[in-house]
Write a protein that binds this ligand. Structure first.
Ligand code: SF4
Ligand code: SF4
Length: 359
């Protein structure tokens, strides 16, 4: 759709989001008593903490809840199924570009080859108000290496860029247009100076990143299954299976399914987050586990994130450069560390000539 730039003055922001809150629940960055910022339900527009840098806990739980009832069923004379998932309209306000890109990845993941109706329902009821990062990124961030920030070309419903006393306001989808339309009278036309101010922010962004991830070589090695098991087992030997990396990753989608018996004799089928780093994730009913070692599970995680097979299927590699796995992992198994080690160790131990000789 045609890009449409407007200006939302900060003095009009309270009225704008108070009006939006009459139509849907607002989720946004909220500062806790501890000083930490997390995404939560916003009761008043005053609670939206616009000046945050980055949150450790991604807002993915508002589309893929930790625990979710999917449907209730009875199996007496006949099987009766009653849906229980009923998402209400919501706007995620102030979400960062990397997290929007992760949601688009998950949307794709949950659409193919079978559409996941629960994720789809949540997403259909959600409007994403992306907030461009124009403050220095956290030292772990590397979204610029993953084409997922600090601003987005597409994927957002509305994108806001902080220009001081005003936001540059971009509508990116029909959903964004629908959410804007009742409040459009509060928007002013953007001037060429506003567009130029945004461009200057884009130009400055490149030099601000402290973390880079040269993932291309690792993609080649991992896709071709050339990384020796020894490297994976060395990496895996430091993993203590806390699951923090996958739980905090805005892209990760692993879940498990349980049936809960209710007091009235019905059953509820529910799902909850799981982690490919847990031994039980792939353990089969027979007791056999196709990924029995730490190394095989770490390999699987990075295969899923970086191999061509998944890039072709999902349209991009499974990392948006949010840096959370760097923050979370006490043993340096964040994505940039792992791809760096693969790049270096493959060069050290398997130079191209030697590889050719081995074939
Ligand atoms: S955060 Fe690190 S230690 Fe924890 S499961 Fe992930 S890789 Fe293993
Ligand atoms: S792999 Fe790490 S850096 Fe990449 S999206 Fe997941 S948590 Fe963020």
């Amino acid at each position: 759709m045609k890009k449409d730039y407007s200006i939302l003055k900060k003095s009009d922001v309270p009225a704008f989001f108070a009006s939006l809150a009459n139509e849907m629940q607002l989720i946004g960055p909220k500062q806790l008593f501890s000083g930490d910022v997390t995404f939560d339900v916003i009761q008043s527009h005053k609670d939206i903490y616009w000046d945050y840098g980055h949150v450790v806990y991604p807002p993915k739980r508002f589309l893929l809840p930790h625990f979710e009832d999917m449907f209730r069923y009875t199996c007496d004379q006949e099987i009766k199924i009653e849906p229980t998932c009923n998402p209400q309209p919501q706007a995620i306000v102030g979400i960062r570009s990397c997290d929007v890109a992760a949601i688009r990845f998950q949307e794709n993941f949950f659409s193919y080859p079978i559409v996941d109706p629960y994720y789809k329902e949540h997403l259909n009821n959600t409007v994403l108000f992306n907030l461009v990062c124009n403050t220095p990124p956290k030292k772990e961030c590397f979204c610029i290496c993953c084409d997922s920030g600090p601003w987005l070309e597409s994927g957002f419903d509305v994108q806001l860029t902080d220009l001081g006393d005003r936001f540059l306001y971009e509508v990116g989808s029909d959903k964004g247009e629908k959410a804007t339309e009742p409040r459009a009278y509060m928007l002013l036309p953007a001037t060429p100076a506003d567009i130029e101010a945004r461009r200057q922010i884009e130009l400055q962004a490149d030099s601000r990143f402290q973390t880079v991830s040269y993932v291309a070589k690792a993609i080649n090695f991992i896709s071709a299954d050339e990384v020796p098991a020894k490297i994976w087992e060395d990496l895996g030997s430091t993993c203590f299976r806390c699951g923090a990396c996958t739980n905090l990753c805005p892209v990760c989608t692993c879940f498990t399914v349980d049936d809960r018996e209710e007091s009235d004799g019905t059953f509820t089928r529910c799902r909850s987050w799981d982690s490919c780093q847990y031994a039980g994730f792939t353990r089969e009913a027979s007791g056999h586990n196709p990924r029995p070692t730490f190394g095989s599970r770490v390999a699987r995680r990075f295969y899923h994130k970086t191999s061509y097979q998944y890039i072709i299927r999902d349209g991009r590699h499974g990392c948006v450069g949010c840096g959370r796995c760097i923050t979370a992992c006490l043993t340096k198994l964040g994505l940039p560390d792992v791809v760096k080690r693969i790049r270096r160790e493959m060069h050290e131990f398997l130079p191209p000539k030697e590889k050719a000789a081995e074939v």
